[in-house]
Design a protein around this ligand. Sequence first.
Ligand SMILES: Nc1nc2c(ncn2[C@@H]2O[C@H](COP(=O)(O)OP(=O)(O)OP(=O)(O)O)[C@@H](O)[C@H]2O)c(=O)[nH]1
Ligand SMILES: [Mg+2]
Length: 300
Amino acid sequence: MAKKNGKKWKKSEKPTDKKLDGRSDDIIIPIMGATGAGKSTFINEYIGKTVARTSPEYNSCTPNVEAYLHTLSSKRRIVLVDTPGFNDSHEDETEILRRVAVWLAASYEKNMKVAGVIYLNDISQKRMYGSTRMNLTMFQELCGPKFFHKVVMVSTHWDTVSRSVGESRETELKQNFWVDILENGATTERVMSNPKSSDVKAIVNKIVSRNMASSSSSHDEALALQKELVELDKSIPMTGAGKELKYTLKELAEIQKQAASDETDPRKKEELRKKMVIVQQQIKELNIPFSDRLKSFLGL
Ligand SMILES: Nc1nc2c(ncn2[C@@H]2O[C@H](COP(=O)(O)OP(=O)(O)OP(=O)(O)O)[C@@H](O)[C@H]2O)c(=O)[nH]1
Ligand SMILES: [Mg+2]
């Protein structure tokens, strides 16, 4: 069992981090996915009113991890957790990972159980862009394969594509990008009804009833990131997600470097150069702290 004090992740906490007065019988469901996938909309549809701010597509909107509560007649609470997505329009991906990590670690310490995770994907997207792929990779690292059976891969925006186009994209996702997750027991769902609330409620209710039927204890099947931070006392950059972020940021820096060298407009060139500096700074921040390096060298 985890020690309660002196955890490395706690050093990453900031006074601005939102905390939830959680209970151990709360049913926690984080909603994840790229910017514009419809995470905040999903939550609003479930709660039945606008509690989470949404924004027009491709403008990233939700900056913080935010929990929204719904109390069941049994008095148990469903906690839908809105999360910011990782993508290139954000200036600081390390900050996003920090916010998500701190929230998840703090709730894990309070014995709050993650009942399932919903990962949203916008089916109207023609291709798996860099940022969408980055989100998925980070998500997989954050969950870990042992948690995949509690993941629901949900596609949204079905109302904006013809059914046949949507179905062929869904098949591509299943065959090329979601293979690992699905092979390890994740399920797929669609939000396509009008109003969306009936599909959204059905998806959440499935997770809730599965959770109520299960007898596993709260720490049996936590997210990989929670175990790494709390049980294994890793610092955020040392977790699977932290290492993956560093890797994907390196790719992004390469793309920006290439774009800057191809750009002829001096203003755009300067903009790209500034972005590159930000990304390089983030990569630096993700460097493993000296004490961690020493520990792993000593095999501790
Ligand atoms: N047509 C259609 N629009 C949707 C659907 N889901 C979300 N939207 C719209 O897509 C836009 C983005 O939705 P959000 O809910 O803000 O997306 P988000 O995933 O929370 O985005 P971030 O907070 O930036 O990470 C909003 O204008 C929503 O109204 C859907 O299923 N169909
Ligand atoms: Mg949002």
